[in-house]
Design a protein around this ligand. Structure first.
Ligand SMILES: C[S@@+](CC[C@H](N)C(=O)[O-])C[C@H]1O[C@@H](n2cnc3c(N)ncnc32)[C@H](O)[C@@H]1O
Length: 407
């Protein structure tokens, strides 16, 4: 057993004690706390808190400490939100990216509207829940307080579906999305399903009032096509679509992108998904939207065509890692919104740098790849005017941001 004093909370959400042998990572501890525990390589498995921080609060979830979803429910809101903004401040400073980091937007709102539950068979028992952190061990989950009220029935529905599929003995992932028509569920991992089980699944969909149930994107049952509103457009979602994690997060990101690109008359939306930004930007500007997922592009095109009052939207399936929009192609736009996955968009950033463009709104879910791409853009003459951090993933170390580039 050793004693340690926690100096700070690190970028992965662990408390960190500085020792002669280097940093010791102590999950679920807070700055200033004196703790006792067992050392396991660079981890400290805390067994007792000898002196607790004043900022320690009671976690709102009974699964906290085991479930890998939340790491920081034990921290008061103010220091937690300061830490989250600092993740962006310090990561950019470390990479030498100089800019104004604006106040963090708390975008938890009503809660998460998407969840992926895992289901595993343990003998005769079906376990439905989330994985432990950095492990495949499943934690059975009874309730998850970070989910939006529209997902209140998501866990019981996922459990019923997993139990119906239990005879197949396959590990399952159940993607649940809250839509304006009700819950949309896509079950992955089951493989082919015998007709009797398919009938059971359809009955469960009806019992829980699911808008739609699909298996690997194939329709099992549908009460009403699941849709969400984006600006004035009604978007019918393909199964397991990407959506920003919270409605408040989507509204905040879309508002910041619209503000950054205000006055542009022809905008390119890169990594556009189902049109989160494109369908709103098209109220004021002509938009060209690019994305590798064909289902998302079809949904965006249909929603745009069916919405009165929008300017023209051109939507194209394109792999922007392999075939980024070239500087010559970008010449026809006067501003760009870009929102890549975690890997960032290195090749695309180089083309944005080469293009004769004045404005880029860069939405990112990874400060590290954002910093890399920001350096490419600033080396090409862009000024990173400011960055706005956004917290859609309360209690986790994930943070989004919008960076506004001009030249
Ligand atoms: C962070 S999401 C953003 C989606 C959209 N902007 C939104 O806010 O809903 C990233 C998007 O990039 C798409 N994507 C992933 N890899 C891609 C690639 N190589 N080329 C084009 N799009 C890709 C994903 O399908 C996803 O829709």
């Amino acid at each position: 057993m050793i004693e340690a004093v926690i100096a700070r909370v690190g970028a992965q959400g662990d408390g960190i004690a500085e020792t002669e042998d280097g940093p010791l990572f102590a999950p679920f501890t807070l700055p200033g706390e004196r703790v006792e525990g067992r050392r396991d390589k660079d981890m400290l498995r805390v067994e007792r808190i000898l002196a607790a921080s004043d900022a320690r609060v009671t976690p709102e979830c009974g699964h906290f400490g085991r479930c890998g979803g939340c790491l920081l429910q034990h921290w008061g809101a103010d220091p937690y939100l300061r830490w989250k903004r600092d993740l962006v401040v310090f990561a950019l400073a470390r990479e030498g990216v100089e800019t104004e980091v604006r106040p963090l937007v708390d975008a938890h709102g009503a809660g998460r509207r998407r969840a992926i539950f895992h289901a595993r068979q343990a003998g005769a028992q079906t376990i439905v829940g989330f994985a432990e952190r950095k492990s495949h061990t499943m934690i059975p989950i009874v309730a998850c307080p970070v989910l939006a009220p529209a997902l209140a029935n998501a866990l019981p529905a996922a459990r019923a579906l997993a139990e119906a599929l239990a005879p197949l003995k396959k590990p399952l992932d159940l993607h649940v999305t809250a839509t304006d028509a009700g819950m949309d569920v896509d079950v992955r991992g089951s493989g082919p399903v015998p007709p009797m089980i398919a009938m059971d699944l359809a009955a469960i969909a009806a019992r829980f009032g699911l808008a739609r149930l699909t298996r690997h994107g194939e329709l099992v049952a549908q009460r009403e096509p699941p849709f969400v509103m984006m600006g004035g457009a009604r978007v019918t979602l393909p199964p397991a679509s990407f959506l920003q994690a919270t409605q408040a997060g989507e509204d905040a990101l879309a508002g910041l992108v619209a503000e950054a690109l205000a006055g542009a008359s022809h905008v390119a939306d890169l990594f556009c998904g189902v049109g989160t930004f494109a369908l709103r930007l098209a109220a004021r500007a002509r938009v060209a939207a690019f994305e590798s997922n064909g289902g998302a592009i079809a949904a965006l095109a249909r929603a745009g065509a069916a919405t009165a009052g929008l300017k023209r939207i051109d939507a194209e399936v394109r792999d922007l890692f392999r075939r980024p929009l070239l500087a010559e192609e970008l010449a026809r736009y006067d501003a760009v919104a870009i929102d890549p996955p975690r890997q960032g968009a290195e090749a695309q950033a180089r083309e944005l740098g080469r293009a004769r463009l004045a404005r880029v709104a860069y939405v990112s879910c990874s400060v590290a790849t954002f910093a890399r791409d920001a350096k490419i853009l600033t080396a090409a003459g862009f000024d990173l005017r400011h960055v706005v951090p956004i917290d859609q993933f309360r209690y986790s170390p994930h943070v989004e941001l919008v960076g506004v580039f001009e030249r």
